[in-house]
Ligand binder design. Structure first.
Ligand code: HEM
Length: 219
């Protein structure tokens, strides 16, 4: 029965072809360091899943944000676990993406023809850091408020346009409900969309070009 369903779908969707292209590829001799990209992908997926669960109870307004997080931690079944995974997963993702970048740099995988894989990777790293920065404000506690006050004032030191950048980030001269709404929107819509699109391009190129492998002495 299952094979009949598979054959029916395969005939229409070409599943066998997709499997052969994406997973059944020749890979050079690699080591554990080559799993760091997949680990980053796994962590991103976990952040997306736990983040979606968090939005079911989190309220991004100054009067409700803090209390909604307290409710997630104490009132929602397994809320503490979902938030804990999202909280620690954020730091882990930053660490793994940086380790993956160091691995590709050390093995010179950024060279021709993989320059675009590297460039999309750089934007992925910046977007991952942006997720951390925008997510940090969401609990709307003292630490979050003041860390974001400092974080958004740093670009204010840029000559001529600094004050303008700070105002765009904050949605005004100071941190307010507008800042919280803005950071929430960027955290759950803008950056995830950018990251998903870039991971698509990044992995398309990994599949198209193949893995660079460990460089040999005469490379
Ligand atoms: C969300 C972040 C990222 C994800 C999910 C991701 C995912 C992956 C995966 C699954 C691979 C193939 C397996 C491997 O080589 O580990 C890969 C390869 C690669 N990645 Fe990333 N990556 C990310 C960020 C980055 C960053 C920050 C850089 C560098 C600035 C980068 C540069 C590369 C390069 C050059 C390759 C090709 C490696 C080769 O051919 O040997 N990636 N990436």
């Amino acid at each position: 029965m299952a094979s009949k369903v598979y054959d029916w779908l395969d005939e229409r969707l070409g599943l066998g072809g997709i499997y052969a292209t994406v997973l059944d590829r020749k890979v050079p001799k690699v080591n554990w360091f080559f799993t760091l990209g997949s680990a980053s992908l796994f962590l991103f997926t976990m952040q997306a899943v736990t983040g979606i669960f968090l939005t079911m109870y989190y309220v991004p307004t100054p009067d409700k944000a803090y209390d909604s997080i307290q409710f997630i931690m104490t009132g929602v079944p397994f809320g503490w676990l979902i938030r804990g995974i999202h909280h620690w997963g954020a730091s882990l993702m930053v660490i793994f993406v940086i380790l993956h970048m160091l691995r590709t740099f050390y093995f010179a995988a950024y060279k021709y023809p993989r320059e675009l894989t590297w460039i999309t990777g750089v934007v992925l790293l910046l977007s991952t850091l942006g997720m951390g920065f925008t997510g940090y404000l969401l609990p709307w506690n003292q630490k979050a408020y003041w860390a974001t006050t400092v974080g958004t004032s740093i670009p204010g030191t840029v000559p001529f346009i600094g004050t303008y950048i700070t105002q765009i980030l904050r949605g005004g001269a100071d941190l307010s409900g507008v800042t919280l709404a803005r950071f929430f929107s960027v955290h759950i819509w803008v950056l995830p969309a950018v990251i998903i699109a870039l991971i698509g391009v990044h992995l398309y190129m990994v599949i198209r070009l193949g893995i660079a492998g460990v460089p040999k002495k005469d490379d």
